[in-house]
Design a protein around this ligand. Sequence first.
Ligand code: DX5
Ligand code: ZN
Length: 215
Amino acid sequence: MAFIAPSMLSADFLNLSRDIEMVNNSEADWFHLDIMDGRFVPNISYGLPVVAAMNREAKKTLDVHLMIEEPGKYAEDFQKAGAEYLSVHIEACPHLHRNIQQIKGLGMKAGVAVNPHTNVHQLFDVVKDIDLVCLMSVNPGFGGQKFIQNTIEKVKQLKVERERQGANFLIEIDGGVTLDNAAEIIAAGADVLVAGSTVFKSDNPAQTIAALKAK
Ligand code: DX5
Ligand code: ZN
C-alpha cells in the first residue's frame, strides 16, 4: 500500500473547489501540485495565487512539484502559500545542496525530482539530506503520458541505496500511473504514487483513488 497523491493538473479548473473536496473526502493522502514555468518544461500550469487558494480548502498535505528554473527564488513564496513538501528538479539546480538546505530552513520537507534520463546515482550524495525523491516516469510538462518502464529499475536502485546509507526519503513516482501498473510500481518499492489523468478522467475519481490505495 502506497500513499496516493492526485495531481490537480488534471482537475477541472472551473470546479477546483469541488475537486479539492473530492480529494479531501477520499482515501488520498496528499495533493500533488505541478508548477510549470514554460522554460524548464514546455508548458505553463498555475502559480502561487492558485496554490494559496487551494491551501485554504485542502485538508491534506500539499506536495508541490516545481518544474521551474531558479526554484530558489520562489521557495519562500511557496512555503507561505502552504507547501509542505517542496520538490526541485536536479536538472534545474547547479547548487542542489544549497536548495535543499534552503527548503528545510524554511520548515518544509525537501524533495528532489529527476527526469527520466537522469541517473539516480547523481542523488547519492544528498539522499541523507532529503525527504522525498520524485522519480519522473514521463518527461515532465504534461499529464496523460505513457509510463516509462525503465523507472522500475530506478526505484529498485534507490531503495537499495536508501538501505545502504540508512536514509529516510520517500520514493514518489510521477507520471503515467494507472490501475494496471500501480501494483508493479509498489512492488518495486515506491512509497507515493502521483496520479492525474487516471483519477480525474475516470467516471468515479474517489473510487479510483480507493482502487489505487488498495493495490
Ligand atoms: C507531469 C507532472 C505530473 C502529471 C501526472 O509533468 O509532473 O504530476 O500531472 O499526470 P498523469 O498521472 O496523468 O501522468
Ligand atoms: Zn508532478
